[in-house]
Write a new protein. Structure first.
Ligand SMILES: *[C@@H]1O[C@H](CO)[C@@H](O)[C@H](O)[C@H]1NC(C)=O
Ligand SMILES: *[C@@H]1O[C@H](CO)[C@@H](O)[C@H](O)[C@H]1NC(C)=O
Ligand SMILES: *[C@@H]1O[C@H](CO)[C@@H](O)[C@H](O)[C@H]1NC(C)=O
Ligand SMILES: *[C@@H]1O[C@H](CO)[C@@H](O)[C@H](O)[C@H]1NC(C)=O
Ligand SMILES: *[C@@H]1O[C@H](CO)[C@@H](O)[C@H](O)[C@H]1NC(C)=O
Ligand SMILES: *[C@@H]1O[C@H](CO)[C@@H](O)[C@H](O)[C@H]1NC(C)=O
Ligand SMILES: *[C@@H]1O[C@H](CO)[C@@H](O)[C@H](O)[C@H]1NC(C)=O
Ligand SMILES: *[C@@H]1O[C@H](CO)[C@@H](O)[C@H](O)[C@H]1NC(C)=O
Length: 286
């Protein structure tokens, strides 16, 4: 509960930010805006050992031909950005929040550091976020959750377009240096199928009703963090569950006795916690 004020404040700041820049910018962004955003990103790269951005991101060619950039065929706007495995070092500039047609964002396995700018919340078409295997720090920004609930409050007559990430299906932020609590809203992104928070220093509990709010979740991976408290008492509403990874945390109490009808569930990793009644799990898995 003590998270709420901070969380709300972040969201409100974020909404103001999106109101100030978002809707207007969102409507008037164009191909040139996309180019400026990518140039800003390029200028925030401090080490590019394979000279990818210097040779393959040249202003003499269209950004749609740049390595790792995919444009939509109709509007020629950037729809995917894949900088995975490029050994890049740098930070993410707020300008990336202007890539308003972006659906997929991959930065896996580089040395990006710093925090994730909240302007990314304005990327309302985003469906896949992969920031795994980097050195991002700070907390998991509240914008990772859906803001649609706050829109419903109607505090600012908020236009519908504003920063709702409720289309996100895959979120990978594993193996970074993130700490603190996970905003409750993240455990509320109903479209999520894969949520990987593995290998950070996150703490706090997980909401008991997580399965009601994540009906599509297949792989919740919370392993190697400092999560604590009891496991959710009801796992059966997570009907799509394939793999449950909770190992190396401080979860306490017992495994839910009624695992229910989790016919898809293949693997549970719960070693190195503070749990009892572990043998019940074996009975639950077919
Ligand atoms: C693109 O948007 C910028 C500012 O948002 C504007 O100055 C520019 O004229 C636009 N370009 C085109 C081709 O519409
Ligand atoms: C991203 O790029 C890397 C390296 O080129 C490639 O291995 C990977 O498959 C790409 N990922 C996606 C989702 O396109
Ligand atoms: C894009 O975003 C940056 C930072 O968030 C901002 O300064 C800039 O004016 C925005 N708009 C355009 C059209 O580049
Ligand atoms: C990340 O990339 C490095 C090389 O840059 C490689 O050695 C390592 O196995 C990769 N890690 C993952 C998890 O893909
Ligand atoms: C989560 O979603 C439920 C129902 O959609 C809503 O009642 C609840 O307030 C949400 N919580 C957060 C923190 O977004
Ligand atoms: C679990 O909690 C104990 C006591 O607070 C702490 O010493 C330990 O480091 C924690 N372990 C993990 C994996 O978070
Ligand atoms: C399990 O699911 C099947 C098919 O959805 C259903 O027929 C069965 O009654 C369920 N069993 C329990 C114990 O809920
Ligand atoms: C395990 O949990 C018990 C209570 O459930 C607590 O007393 C004990 O300190 C915990 N151990 C660790 C290592 O966190």
């Amino acid at each position: 509960m003590e998270r709420q004020p901070g969380f709300l404040l972040t969201i409100i700041t974020l909404l103001l930010l999106c109101i100030a820049k978002g809707p207007v910018a969102a409507r008037i962004t164009n191909f040139t805006t996309d180019q400026s955003a990518l140039l800003a990103l390029r200028s925030h790269i401090t080490n590019d050992p394979h000279n990818i951005l210097t040779t393959k991101w040249s202003t003499t060619t269209s950004i749609c031909n740049w390595m790792g950039v995919t444009c939509g065929v109709r509007h020629l706007r950037v729809t995917a950005l894949n900088l995975s495995y490029m050994d890049l070092t740098g930070t993410i500039p707020p300008h990336l929040g202007n890539l308003s047609f972006l659906v997929k964002l991959h930065f896996r396995n580089n040395s990006f550091h710093g925090t994730l700018p909240q302007e990314l919340a304005c990327l309302r078409r985003l469906q896949l976020i992969n920031f795994g295997f980097n050195n991002f720090m700070g907390t998991i920004p509240a914008w990772f959750g859906s803001l649609s609930k706050l829109q419903a409050f109607n505090i600012f007559e908020i236009p519908n377009e504003i920063g709702s990430l409720d289309q996100v299906e895959f979120m990978y932020v594993q193996d970074n240096a993130l700490k603190g609590h996970v905003p409750v809203a993240v455990f509320n992104m109903s479209s999520l199928t894969i949520l990987s928070l593995h290998g950070n220093s996150l703490n706090g509990g997980i909401p008991d009703n997580i399965c009601q709010h994540l009906p599509n979740i297949q792989v919740p991976n919370l392993g190697n963090n400092q999560f604590g408290g009891p496991l959710p008492s009801k796992l059966w509403p997570c009907k799509e569950l394939l793999e449950l990874v909770l190992e190396n945390n401080n979860f306490t109490g017992s495994i839910p006795k009624k695992m229910g009808n989790l016919t898809q569930l293949m693997e549970i990793y719960i070693a190195c916690n503070n749990l009892t009644e572990i043998d019940l799990v074996k009975q639950s898995i077919k």
